[in-house]
Ligand binder design. Structure first.
Ligand code: ZN
Length: 135
């Protein structure tokens, strides 16, 4: 379940920062390594800060585990990935650099989707192949 940030409510309570901790099911279609899948939900640990101009900064980590077949030798492999995510939200429409938000509420879906795409590796290696590649 992905929470939303209630900017209007926060401002009303004179609260300009907060943290969010939640997990959600990843969109499997973002992952295109053959024979690899998400081993469980994606975990997000985020903090947010609301600035005077009502721009919102969101940062933190998303983490998840991939499991499946090694991209080199097809042996069982798994890897935990922790990614530092950061995004800015401004009132109105998306403008390419910042995400937009309307009705005083920041929705995190698109930001999380983009962060997950950046976080995903292009392949998964088992321990032996990882070692072999690093030699
Ligand atoms: Zn391997």
């Amino acid at each position: 379940m992905i929470p939303e940030i209630d900017i209007r409510g926060s401002i009303a309570q004179k609260k300009t920062e907060g943290s969010l901790s939640f997990s959600y099911e990843a969109d499997e279609t973002l992952l295109d390594i053959p024979f690899v899948k998400f081993a469980g939900p994606v975990r997000a640990e985020l903090t947010y800060r609301i600035f005077d101009d009502l721009t919102v900064e969101v940062r933190g980590t998303i983490s998840f585990v991939l499991e499946g077949a090694c991209s080199r030798c097809l042996a069982d492999a798994s890897e935990e990935i922790v990614y530092e995510a950061e995004g800015f939200f401004a009132r109105g429409e998306d403008d390419g650099e910042t995400y937009g938000y309307t009705n005083g509420k920041v929705l995190l879906e698109e930001f999380l989707r983009d962060s997950l795409m950046f976080a995903l590796p292009s392949r998964l290696l088992c321990k032996a192949c990882e070692q072999w590649e690093n030699e």
